[in-house]
Design a protein around this ligand. Structure first.
Ligand SMILES: Nc1ncnc2c1ncn2[C@@H]1O[C@H](COP(=O)(O)OP(=O)(O)OP(=O)(O)O)[C@@H](O)[C@H]1O
Ligand SMILES: [Mg+2]
Length: 265
């Protein structure tokens, strides 16, 4: 179980840190980001603890993707601080974040459709033997990567364009997980999936979490949150308006918060 699940402070981070003495994996303070005239983030504080799954919810344009892209080094904030394991850092880009064990699976997955499964798993870090690609090694290691997460894809030589949405999502998650992240961010991993595929991805998230990874899950499918999350943070128009331990909230409460009618906490 995640560290926070036994606390009954509704997810209020300062109390939690003080009580548990747990250093957050990620701590954001006063994060601001503007795009031209759009105030995408207006001073957001957020904490992510070891081995927890934090659900990040909010209406369209609330700022969820922008906030997580800041954690994954894709965007540089205009103001605010980022701490990783208690140390203030200035992320210079996605490679810097990856070097600090932060991975993100983007809304559009960033897979290459025209190459095969194994090619996608090893994109940018192909195994070679002398001047040649070591396909046999990549196929063996690729199979291990998928097996570790119980992902069943019969042939690693299938082009990704021929796979289902759920299989594509699983490959993107397996690729991210293979970098051995401490923090894995998933932006709407189930939004385009059929029911059985959603189940498979939720199981996958639980397996990743069980391996000690801290997960941030962005989703509009609120019912999914209750299957995998320990805490929920709600964004509204660029501000974090609430944080709750999962056991201290329900669908009705969340919907109110998302549309800006909830009790702030
Ligand atoms: N690269 C960008 N350039 C300009 N504006 C941007 C950019 N990225 C985000 N925005 C704006 O910032 C605001 C927050 O967008 P963001 O994508 O973070 O929202 P979101 O909560 O992820 O929404 P959704 O649920 O629709 O994915 C929106 O008004 C959006 O138009
Ligand atoms: Mg988004």
């Amino acid at each position: 179980m995640a560290t926070g699940a036994s606390l009954t402070d509704g997810g209020a981070s300062p109390l939690r840190s003080a009580v548990g003495g747990t250093v957050p994996r990620i701590r954001l303070r006063g994060i601001r980001k503007r795009f031209g005239s759009v105030d995408a983030l207006r001073g957001v504080d957020l904490e992510l603890f070891p081995s927890e799954c934090l659900g990040l919810v909010g209406d369209n344009a609330a700022g969820k993707s922008t906030l997580t892209k800041i954690i994954s080094g894709t965007y540089i904030p205009d103001a605010g601080t980022i701490e990783i394991d208690g140390e203030v850092v200035r992320l210079t880009g996605p490679a810097d974040a990856r070097g600090r064990n932060i991975e993100m699976v983007f809304q559009d997955l960033s897979l290459c459709d025209h190459i095969d499964v194994v090619g996608n798993l090893f994109l940018g870090r192909e195994r070679t033997r002398g001047p040649f690609l070591d396909r046999a090694r990549m196929l063996a290691e690729g199979r291990q990567m998928l097996d570790a997460l119980e992902i069943r894809i019969p042939k690693l030589t299938t082009r990704v364009a021929q796979l289902s949405g759920g299989q594509r999502q699983a490959i993107a998650i397996a690729r991210a997980a293979s970098f051995r992240p401490k923090v894995l961010i998933m932006d709407e991993p189930t939004s385009a999936l059929a029911v059985a595929e959603v189940e498979a991805v939720l199981h996958l998230i639980n397996r990743v979490k069980a391996s000690g990874v801290s997960v941030i899950l962005i989703t509009h499918r609120l019912q999914d949150l209750f299957r995998v999350c320990d805490r929920i943070a709600v964004m509204y128009e660029g501000t974090k308006v609430a944080e709750r331990a999962i056991e201290n909230t329900d669908l009705e409460d969340l919907v109110k918060l998302i549309v800006g009618q909830g009790t702030l906490q």
